[in-house]
Design a protein around this ligand. Structure first.
Ligand SMILES: [Zn+2]
Length: 77
């Protein structure tokens, strides 16, 4: 999956890379690092694919169950 039409924000080149995903679920703040994404070289805007989003959702649910204030997860680990 790759966007060949350029970044919708700035028209810059997009390439596969990683991003940091942060979500605040009231009981827990989850930070997921090294999330595979399509990243714009110019403005740094990142797009996460559906399959990765589903995986993120699982990670966030598991992290919420730990009942800690902050969970930092490295997807590359
Ligand atoms: Zn851009």
């Amino acid at each position: 999956m790759y966007f060949h039409q350029g970044c919708p924000m700035c028209g810059g080149d997009q390439h596969p890379g990683t991003t940091t995903f942060t979500v605040d679920r009231k009981t827990v703040l989850v930070v997921v690092r090294n999330v595979p994404a399509i990243v714009c070289r110019q403005c740094g805007e990142a797009w996460i694919q559906d399959t990765i989003s589903e995986e993120l959702e699982k990670i966030i649910t598991e992290a919420s169950a730990k009942r800690r204030q902050l969970e930092v997860i490295d997807m590359a680990a």
